[in-house]
Design a protein around this ligand. Structure first.
Ligand SMILES: [Ca+2]
Ligand SMILES: [Ca+2]
Length: 328
């Protein structure tokens, strides 16, 4: 299973390697405010510890009033475990990774402190600390040191584009280009996108954005221009539809499946972003276009239609221009 997400924004396109979720920990909801991250979920203390470690950090070890204030500023709901316990020596609170605590903000030491050994931060106590049962399921974990997702969605400016294999590059084309297509002999599908200059674009400094895209699967096609959808086919559609579309006021999601692979395009008109996620392996190394070949190797991504791999982003980008299609 492999999965990628591509984003177009006003001036940028990038693909995020979204890791598939394998565990309940990883599926937890996240609320972020440096240096802390809330992992929401029905966690006991040990689940909470795992959730933070799984995310690349640890349970929050609050050491100063400023850190306490930063944690409280997250404004989370409910009660969250933090990295403070007296599991080792009753009555001696330590950070979970070691060392006696240098700061505390206890509001309540529990009704049975001898058997209550794990600290939580509670909204009901104005984010003061409460000593409680380690096995109790709370509302989540307060983690620290959790790295930012890489790359961050919504970054503007460079890089403008990122391939399926994660290569970032800048390319400001105008008109229609092949975003990705089936490059095997079956040529089962092709997705093209139209770029147009933004309002703030100048002759010296061309800045373009995606305004529409076209998915063709077999004889069937869908054009999404803004949020106007045009559908059609070359001939009578004798089988079930290949392309499925869901739309609301500002976004459209288009999916199609070929062999074992499902392609999902998330279009946001407001941000001019287009995300592409892929599940399946049959097209590994068999795609081509602006998003590269998706074989897992970043270095060979600038593959032109003539089969040559180049280093120049502009040369690569322009090689995928669809000359036969007229601009709007
Ligand atoms: Ca205790
Ligand atoms: Ca590649």
């Amino acid at each position: 299973m492999w999965k990628y997400i591509l984003f177009y924004c006003a001036t940028c396109i990038f693909v995020n390697h979204a890791a598939p979720s394998h565990s309940a920990d990883n599926r937890s909801i996240e609320k972020r405010g440096a240096p802390y991250v809330v992992k929401s979920g029905q966690f006991d203390f040990y689940d909470a510890q795992r959730a933070c470690i799984f995310a690349g950090g640890k349970l929050a070890e609050i050491r100063t009033p400023a850190e306490q204030a930063a944690a409280a500023a997250l404004g989370f709901e409910g009660d969250l475990f933090i990295g403070v316990t007296d599991l080792n020596v009753e009555g001696v609170f330590e950070y979970v990774t070691g060392g006696g605590i240098t700061y505390d903000n206890w509001e309540y030491m529990g009704s049975f402190p001898d058997i209550q050994d794990c600290a939580m931060m509670s909204k009901a106590l104005n984010y003061g600390w409460m000593n409680g049962n380690c096995g109790q399921k709370l509302d989540g974990a307060l983690c620290e040191g959790v790295p930012e997702p890489d790359p961050e969605p919504g970054v503007s400016g460079d890089p403008h584009m990122r391939t399926f294999d994660g290569r970032p590059y800048s390319f400001q084309g105008t008109c229609w280009y092949t975003l990705f297509k089936d490059c095997s002999s079956s040529s089962a599908f092709e997705v093209t996108t139209e770029f147009q200059p933004r309002e703030d674009s100048t002759v010296e400094h061309l800045r373009t954005r995606t305004v529409s895209f076209n998915a063709t699967v077999g004889g069937e096609f869908v054009v999404i221009n803004g949020l106007d959808i045009e559908e059609g086919s070359d001939g009578p559609v004798t089988k079930a539809r290949s392309i499925h579309i869901q739309k609301d006021d500002t976004t459209a999601t288009l999916t199609f499946t070929s062999k074992d692979t499902t392609f999902t395009l998330h279009w946001s008109l407001h941000k001019h972003t287009l995300g592409v996620s892929i599940t399946g392996s049959d097209y590994r190394g068999r795609l081509c276009g602006l998003l590269g070949d998706a074989d897992g190797d970043t270095l060979n991504d600038f593959l032109k239609p003539d089969g040559r791999v180049v280093h120049d982003a502009a040369e690569f980008g322009e090689s995928w221009k669809v000359e036969s299609k007229k601009c709007n």
